[in-house]
Ligand binder design. Structure first.
Ligand code: SF4
Length: 367
């Protein structure tokens, strides 16, 4: 039974690899640490439909289901690059907010999340480098010199914690060279994919520069003793730790899963900042939920949990920044319309007929 299922998954992986090569998507990449968790889950459930398998392995819908309204780059990363993405180094910079600059020093990630909202950009860059961080850091320095209103540099990616310790230290020192900036903020999934890759030298570099680290833990089973031990070391080094994550169908789309994840993060002194509405990017249908179900999940979480769980925010990232449920102004032709700073964002809702909720006995199969 498991052998048949493994062969079927191998076949799906092959078809996804062909699709990824054709459409410029990130290929499957599962580091050994995470793979062992997925294998334990597959053994327990008898198939590759559990929450962690769905994060990193394609199902039929990831390969073949497309719904209307999908776009390659919903948040318009490319058009928010200062030079439109052309040129050396500046394609690592994205400016959506007047006071914040997003910097992608690498396009490499420890593992590939098949729900990744930045597939379009990272898929293009995949396999093309990645030793270009010095040119990118110079582009960052040059940009900061001419844009004094920037108050924070956010390192995202790719995953900045896949960089060698000396490269990371050099970037953090560059940012620290601008005294009006807040300490750098880094977004990462390296701790859940490969906790051992965070060497003492990397932790020391982060701590020396007072970095804020934003984890992207999407499911409570990603928090195991090894990951918790690493989080403890980061905390003892004096780092400020946060988390944010997207709502993902079949991964965390149940109030009990969300509450469990937020409880564990709180136990670990990690503050969750936001839960994100999944973006309608190409090939995202297997992960998306109908917007009304998102609101219902949100209400269920809010009504039945204490405030240290419900203090987190629900947000949708857009080309102009985040919008929240209270920014909704209308619904028309299958779209939700949000308004922010005088601009309207049209979010194509996910069709209800495709929205099959995750089952709690699968989502929390260990309980
Ligand atoms: S680690 Fe982040 S940037 Fe990399 S594939 Fe996952 S979601 Fe995308």
């Amino acid at each position: 039974m498991i052998l048949d299922e493994t062969a079927a998954q191998d076949e799906r992986n092959r078809r996804y690899a062909a699709l990824a090569a054709h459409e410029g998507l990130l290929p499957v990449k599962v580091p050994p640490f995470y793979r062992r968790k997925v294998e334990a889950e597959v053994q327990a459930l008898g198939g590759h439909f559990g929450p962690l398998a769905r994060v990193v392995l394609p199902d039929e819908a990831r390969i073949g289901l497309r719904v209307s309204g999908e776009v390659p780059d919903f948040v318009a990363d490319r058009t928010n690059m200062p030079t439109g993405g052309a040129g050396s180094g500046e394609d690592a910079l994205i400016r959506k907010y007047r006071d914040r600059l997003l910097f992608a020093p690498t396009s490499v990630c420890a593992g590939h999340c098949l729900y990744c909202f930045r597939q379009d950009l990272l898929g293009d860059l995949h396999g093309r480098e990645d030793h270009a961080f010095s040119g990118r850091t110079e582009a960052l320095r040059a940009r900061l010199m001419v844009e004094p209103e920037v108050r924070e540099v956010i390192l995202s990616g790719g995953d900045p914690l896949t960089l060698p310790a000396n490269a990371l230290a050099a970037i953090l020192a560059t940012i620290e060279g601008f005294p009006h900036l807040h300490p750098a903020r880094l977004h990462t999934r390296a701790p859940v994919f490969q906790p051992k890759s965070l060497s003492p030298a990397k932790i020391e570099a982060l701590a020396r520069h007072g970095a804020r680290v934003v984890l992207h833990v999407v499911h409570p089973y990603e928090l195991c003793p090894e990951v918790e031990d690493l989080i403890g070391r980061l905390r003892r080094a004096g780092l400020r730790l946060y988390n944010q994550f997207p709502l993902l169908r079949g991964v965390n789309d149940h109030p009990a899963v969300l509450a469990r994840l937020l409880e564990r993060l709180d136990d670990l002194h990690v503050r969750n900042l936001s839960i994100f509405v999944p973006e309608p990017i190409t090939g995202s249908a297997t992960y998306r939920l109908a917007y009304d179900r998102i609101l219902a999940l949100w209400r269920a979480l809010s009504w039945s949990n204490p405030s240290w769980i419900t203090a987190t925010r629900l947000a949708l990232d857009t080309p102009f920044g985040k919008v929240r449920p209270e920014d909704e102004i209308a619904r028309e032709n299958g779209h939700i319309l949000f308004r922010r700073e005088g601009r309207t964002i049209r979010y194509p809702d996910f069709p209800q007929e495709h929205d099959r909720p995750g089952q709690i006995e699968t989502l929390l199969w260990r309980e």
